[in-house]
Design a protein around this ligand. Structure first.
Ligand code: ATP
Ligand code: MG
Length: 269
């Protein structure tokens, strides 16, 4: 029997990532997971159409992970058949001087999905309590205040029509080594490897501690974190897809009613 796995820890609880097995895959194998994913993808496409047609609410999916954790992969697998017109993917790199001259949420706010859209964040405002904390890019006092600032920001978004799902793709350090070696060996993947990824890997334990705090302190009723077991790509994709479809079901967007008199309309020749 597979061990229990707590995918969405309750708000207010301290997080221990060591208690989450990155290899977990419930009772799925690759074949069953891929088959279920294909069915759910059709459901997602239908929900996205309704969300867009309704134009009253939006969904924001935040993805965070260590390098090679699978952010690019899961975004592709889950959203690849969505209508691009209603989908906005934003990737957050190291801030520009222009962005650094503002508060850390300025560039984030600017990418929040408008009503009717699904927004996807590849990295996010959480970098400002992860890489920024580990590398001491700002004083401790500054990053410590950010957990509460993030909670208030996310609260504002949810109160104004945006449902937020936050995914931490949880891989093991061994799995990262394997994936980095694969990248180095494959000319089609070498572009994904950066020398700068190595010093980050060296600080693995510091990053895990930073993730535990980021997830624990910003796991609110309004915007829950999912700790996605991500060593198996096929299970990772399924977990995220299920959460996205479930959120859309709960949002339950409706096609707007037809204009009055539509049944009388005759299209002229
Ligand atoms: P990824 O590494 O996400 O797959 P990439 O390799 O194309 O994408 P990079 O050029 O590595 O992109 O940019 C991401 C880098 O930017 C990461 O090292 C990340 O920690 C850093 N970054 C993102 N946001 C911030 C921030 N607010 N402050 C400092 N660094 C940041
Ligand atoms: Mg990178």
């Amino acid at each position: 029997m597979p061990k229990d796995y707590n995918l969405t820890p309750k708000p207010g609880k301290r997080i221990s990532l060591a208690d989450h097995d990155p290899n977990y895959h419930a009772d799925h194998d690759e074949e069953s997971a891929r088959a279920e994913l294909a069915i759910l993808r059709e459901e997602l496409d239908e929900w996205q159409e309704r969300l867009y047609a309704e134009g009253k609410q939006s969904l924001l999916c935040v993805f965070q992970a260590m390098d090679t954790g699978g952010k690019d992969g899961v975004i592709k697998k889950v959203f690849e058949t969505c209508n691009p017109q209603g989908l906005r993917v934003a990737s957050f790199k190291a801030p520009t001087s222009d962005e650094l001259a503002r508060n850390f949420l300025w560039r984030i706010q600017n990418q929040v999905p408008p009503k009717g859209h699904i927004g996807v964040f590849n990295r996010s405002h959480y970098e400002d309590v992860l890489v920024v904390r580990v590398n001491q890019l700002v004083p401790k006092k500054v990053w410590k205040a950010r957990y509460e600032q993030i909670n208030e920001f996310e609260q504002l978004l949810t109160e104004t029509g945006t449902t937020i799902l936050k995914f931490y793709l949880h891989i093991s350090k061994d799995e990262q080594k394997q994936r980095m070696e694969d990248r180095l060996a494959d000319p089609k993947k070498q572009w994904k490897f950066s020398m700068g990824d190595l010093p980050v890997r060296e600080r693995w334990a510091d990053y895990m501690a930073a993730y535990e705090d980021a997830i624990g302190k910003c796991n609110t009723e309004a915007a829950r974190w999912y700790i996605v077991p991500a060593n198996h790509k096929w299970y990772r994709d399924l977990v995220v897809m299920k959460a996205v479809v479930k959120a859309l079901e709960q949002m339950n967007p409706q096609y707007p009613p037809p204009e009055a008199g539509l049944n009388q309309v005759k299209i002229p020749d």
